[in-house]
Design a binder for this molecule. Structure first.
Ligand SMILES: Nc1ncnc2c1ncn2[C@@H]1O[C@H](COP(=O)(O)OP(=O)(O)OP(=O)(O)O)[C@@H](O)[C@H]1O
Length: 621
């Protein structure tokens, strides 16, 4: 059924048949009124037609629809009630669904709603609808840590000096790729239609990300404009390369429970705006490609075709992907390289790529023993002597740089991460450090259903932080606590989800010197993000769907979580001087041990918390 056919179903309630519709006005009742009572006050509409001002109230009959089960009718009925229109068709033109049409009018509807407030007892119907939509956006968004909709960062400009310095530093393998790309750009600028499709791989630490930055600068300089767009699947990885997440940048659908959902086509204004944004793009980079399932690569291909209005593969732009398939496999999705059977005989996209392998380890530079261990671990072929070295790295005696509160801990699961953070809190408490427990303020914002006596607000709020916009239920903080930001505050200052720093100051409301009551949330905290500076962080409010059909809930909380530990998945791509890593029985994915270990620069900077040798061998996790 087309949207128009769908709209016709409303005729009995709202609209008169089109042929009866007067050119001059849609308010036929008002004209009928005019005939009976004589001259009435007219207002002139923007197209100079006239409309009679109604003196008497009218009753509008509205069937009842439920947003979750019948969104088309629900939003359409709201549009009909609250959006002024001359022809009913206008309401849906250019939109794929009535929800889209409704959201496109958000500003106007809210303005109209506030005007109408004077004439009616406000039923909050519109407000509830917007609240619901925005709350559900939390669920539709990528899981936290998988990035959010932040706009293109104003990337920090690399100085000429830095650029030259990096250029001098690049090794032979990196230089060969740079030269190939420079050459190719020269040909493309001369009109050559060949486009580069490279898969730049190499074990962890071989400088793939370093090369990515260098190529980005090189290409932008060649074109004299921002011609490269850089993406990653996770927000943390995107932060490392100054890029955006694939989902937000390309409006890709979100996979739920490992299922790949169909990708909607962009239409109307969205498409226009995005095409404009992409017009200068000549190169498309994806970092950490090992996290991108094959189906997603296909979606990227079709989205780029649409954005560049070009049916060539990837919309006829150059595409460079960076990653190591021996690192983490895509989370809950099919293999990266394998083309699912149902997609055959479509062209296998990976066949279009040339492979370039970087071989010189730059992260563990100088630590040959560690490099050899990592190389062997990568292919599941550790020698007995190498296992011996790792066994010697096991220690319960964590002091100096490896002290509980200092070195980063890397675990496979969130549970272990939380557990470690709590242990650090206990440790500081044992030294009498003053702590404050900050509890989130939760409330229901939908008036559709009230909480009964048997239900507390806690019973209808999801426990999983990813379903509450990343805001935790509670957090214990103190000056010195290590925290991770869970929202994008300022992309150009790199204050994005995943940024880690230490609290330097806690400020309470009303200039109080301390937390006056248990429910009190600090007015702000200051966090030192190292080279990204010290920044003030204030509490934020986020709406999300409550459980058990209780409508929309809202949580107000500081957007930070404790961060003395992180998961291997979230830390993929990072480099640290010191870390205590877990290589025990809870490793659950092939490649996890390798990714975990290879974050550390040297054997000297490594301690192992638990070691299960069977997890290091062969291809089994
Ligand atoms: N040519 C180079 N000169 C100096 N340092 C380099 C060079 N290439 C890479 N590095 C440094 O080596 C470390 C590892 O590099 P990088 O993070 O780019 O590796 P990677 O291959 O992307 O690793 P991973 O697969 O773990 O993400 C970084 O600290 C980086 O700055």
């Amino acid at each position: 059924m087309t949207l128009m056919e769908f709209a016709m179903r409303f005729k009995p309630h709202y609209a008169k048949p089109l042929e009866e519709e007067e050119e001059e006005s849609v308010d036929n009742d008002a004209y009928d009124d005019l005939a009976v009572r004589g001259r009435k006050k007219l207002i002139t509409l923007t197209d100079n037609s006239k409309m009679v001002v109604r003196n008497e109230t009218a009753v509008l009959r509205v069937p009842y629809f439920v947003a979750s089960t019948d969104p088309e009718n629900y939003y359409y009925s709201l549009l009909l009630q609250y959006m002024p229109y001359r022809l009913e068709q206008e309401l849906l033109v250019e939109f794929n669904s009535s929800k889209e049409a409704f959201m496109a009018r958000e500003e106007t509807l809210k303005r109209n709603s506030s005007i109408m407030e004077q004439f009616r007892e406000r039923d909050r119907q519109l407000q509830n609808a917007f609240d619901q939509i925005h709350a559900f956006e939390i669920l539709d968004a990528e899981p936290l840590g998988v990035g959010e909709n932040f706009e293109d960062a104003e990337e920090p400009q690399v100085s000429e000096e830095q650029y030259q310095q990096n250029f001098q530093a690049i090794n032979i393998g990196q230089r060969a790729v740079s030269q190939k790309i420079a050459e190719s750009i020269r040909h493309q600028l001369e009109g050559n239609q060949h486009r580069e499709r490279l898969f730049i791989t190499g074990q962890a630490g071989t400088g793939k990300t370093f090369l990515l930055h260098q190529l980005k600068n090189l290409i932008n300089r060649c074109y004299g404009k921002k011609a490269v767009r850089v993406f990653s699947l996770t927000g943390v990885a995107a932060r490392l390369v100054g890029g955006r997440t694939l989902h937000s940048a390309l409006k890709l659908p979100i996979q739920k429970d490992g299922r790949i959902v169909e990708m909607p086509l962009l239409t109307g204004n969205w498409l226009k705006v995005m095409r404009q944004q992409w017009k200068d793009t000549e190169f498309f980079f994806i970092d950490e490609i090992s996290m991108v399932p094959y189906e997603m690569l296909c979606m990227i291909d079709s989205r780029l075709k649409q954005l560049k209005n070009n049916e060539d593969f990837f919309g006829g732009i150059n595409i460079l992907v960076f990653g190591d398939l021996m690192q983490l496999p895509p989370v809950r999705a099919s293999q990266v390289l394998q083309q699912p059977e149902r997609m055959i005989p479509a062209t296998h996209l990976w066949r279009l790529f040339s492979l370039v392998e970087l071989t010189e380890n730059m992260r563990q530079q100088g630590d040959k023993t560690f490099i050899d261990i990592l190389n062997a671990l990568r292919v599941g072929d550790l020698m007995q002597s190498q296992i011996g070295i790792l066994i010697n790295k096991q220690s319960t005696d964590m002091d100096g740089e490896f002290a509980l509160e200092k070195a980063l801990r890397i675990y496979p699961t969130n549970d272990q991460v939380n557990n470690h953070n709590q242990n650090v809190i206990k440790y500081f408490k044992s030294y009498g450090v003053k702590m404050w427990k900050i509890k989130a303020q939760d409330k229901l914002v939908d008036s559709t259903r009230k909480l009964g006596n048997d239900n507390s607000i806690d019973s209808i709020i999801p426990k999983d932080n990813d379903k509450t916009g990343g805001l935790p239920k509670e957090i214990e903080i103190f000056v010195g606590a290590k925290v991770m930001l869970r929202t994008n505050l300022n992309v150009s200052q790199r204050l994005v989800n995943g940024a880690i720093g230490n609290i330097t100051e806690i400020n309470w409301p009303n200039f109080a010197r301390d937390q006056l009551y248990d429910e009190c949330i600090p007015k702000s905290i200051r966090v030192d993000f190292g080279r990204d500076g010290i920044h003030k962080i204030e509490p934020i409010s986020i709406q999300f769907p409550a459980m058990r059909s209780y409508g929309t809930a809202e949580r107000r909380m500081l957007p930070v979580i404790l961060s003395w530990a992180g998961t291997a998945h979230k830390l993929q791509g990072s480099t640290v001087d010191h870390a205590v890593v877990y290589l025990g029985p809870r490793l659950f994915v092939k490649g996890q041990a390798y990714v975990t270990l290879s974050r550390v620069k040297s054997l000297q900077g490594l301690r192992i918390e638990q070691l299960d040798c069977s997890k290091l061998m062969g291809s089994t996790p």
